[in-house]
Design a protein around this ligand. Structure first.
Ligand code: SF4
Length: 271
C-alpha cells in the first residue's frame, strides 16, 4: 500500500486522529485556518509559476526600485486573483475577501521585497538580464512536484524545489501557523526527510538537507539527513502502515494540548 507522506506527519501528531480520518473515514469540517493555509499555498504557487516571464522582462537598465515594482505589482495581482478564486470557501467560514487579501499581503509583499533584491543583486553581479538572466539564474524555484517511490511505498507532493547547478534538487515545505523556538516541528521534520529520500532515489543524488519554510515568520529552517534519521523515517512509515491495517482504534494522544484545536475532538471523545 502506497502511503502519502503527509500521513507520516499526521501519525506523529496523533495516530488516533489519522485512524479516525483514514480508516473510519470521519470527515472534518474545513476550518478557517485550513482555508487560509490553502490560499497562501496557491498564492506561492502562482508567484513561482510566473517568475520566468517576470525575470525575462527585466532589462539591462533596470534599477533595484524598478525590479521591486515589477515584483510588487505582479505579486499583488496574483494574490488578488487567488483570493477571488476562493470566494466560495472563504464565505463558508465567514471570511471576507478584503480581510483575507490584507492578511496575506503583508507576507507576500515581504516576499516581493526579498526576491526582487536577490534578483537585482544577481543581475548586478553577473551583468545578465532578460532571457540570459533567467537561463543562468541559480537556484531556480519550482513549485509543487508530484513524487513517488515504489521502494519506500511513499507518494507525495513537494511544495517547492530549489534547483541548483547540475540539477541538484532541494525540497522545501511551506507551513503556515506557529514556528517552534528552534528547529522544526517533528511532523514537519519527517515529512521533509521523506521527500529527501524520495528525491535521492528518483534523481540518483545524495541530497542531505531540505527546508521547512514557516511563512508567517518568513523563515526557512534547514533539516539535515543522516543514516539514523533515514532509519527513523522508514520505522515511522512502517508503523503508519500497520496502524492503517489494524482493527484497533489507537488510544488518545498523550499531549492533551493537541486535542484543544482538533477538528475531530467531539467525534473522537464520543467513541
Ligand atoms: S481529540 Fe485528541 S486524541 Fe482525539 S483525534 Fe484529536 S488530537 Fe487525537
Amino acid at each position: 500500500m502506497m502511503l502519502s507522506v503527509t500521513m507520516l506527519s499526521s501519525y506523529i501528531y496523533c495516530p488516533r486522529k489519522l485512524y479516525l480520518e483514514r480508516v473510519l473515514k470521519f470527515s472534518k469540517f474545513p476550518k478557517a485556518a485550513m482555508i487560509k493555509g490553502t490560499i497562501r499555498h496557491h498564492a506561492y504557487d502562482a508567484i513561482i509559476n510566473e517568475e520566468e516571464s517576470l525575470i525575462k522582462s527585466i532589462q539591462n537598465n533596470e534599477t533595484q526600485n524598478s525590479i521591486f515594482k515589477k515584483y510588487k505589482y505582479k505579486y499583488f495581482a496574483l494574490l488578488k486573483e487567488v483570493v477571488k478564486k476562493n470566494k466560495k470557501s472563504l464565505k463558508s467560514v465567514n471570511l471576507g475577501l478584503v480581510d483575507t487579501f490584507n492578511l496575506n499581503w503583508k507576507y507576500i509583499e515581504k516576499e516581493s521585497i526579498n526576491r526582487s533584491q536577490e534578483i537585482y543583486l544577481y543581475k548586478n553581479k553577473t551583468g545578465y538580464f532578460g532571457e540570459t538572466l533567467w537561463d543562468n539564474l541559480t537556484p531556480k524555484i519550482k513549485s509543487e512536484k508530484r513524487i513517488f517511490s515504489t521502494n519506500l511505498s511513499l507518494r507525495g507532493i513537494v511544495d517547492q524545489i530549489e534547483v541548483h547547478e547540475k540539477g541538484l534538487q532541494i525540497p522545501i515545505e511551506l507551513k503556515t501557523g506557529k514556528m517552534p523556538q528552534e528547529g522544526v516541528w517533528l511532523g514537519h521534520k519527517y515529512q521533509i526527510g521523506a521527500y529527501m529520500l524520495m528525491l535521492n532515489e528518483k534523481m540518483n543524488t545524495n541530497i542531505d538537507y531540505g527546508y521547512i519554510k514557516y511563512l508567517d515568520y518568513g523563515e526557512k529552517r534547514k533539516v539535515h539527513m543522516n543514516p539514523f534519521f533515514r532509519d527513523e523515517i522508514i520505522e515511522i512509515k512502517d508503523k503508519t502502515h500497520n496502524l492503517l491495517n489494524s482493527k484497533i482504534i489507537p488510544d488518545y494522544v498523550e499531549d492533551k494540548n493537541k486535542c484543544i484545536s482538533c477538528e475531530l475532538k467531539q467525534k473522537c471523545h464520543s467513541l
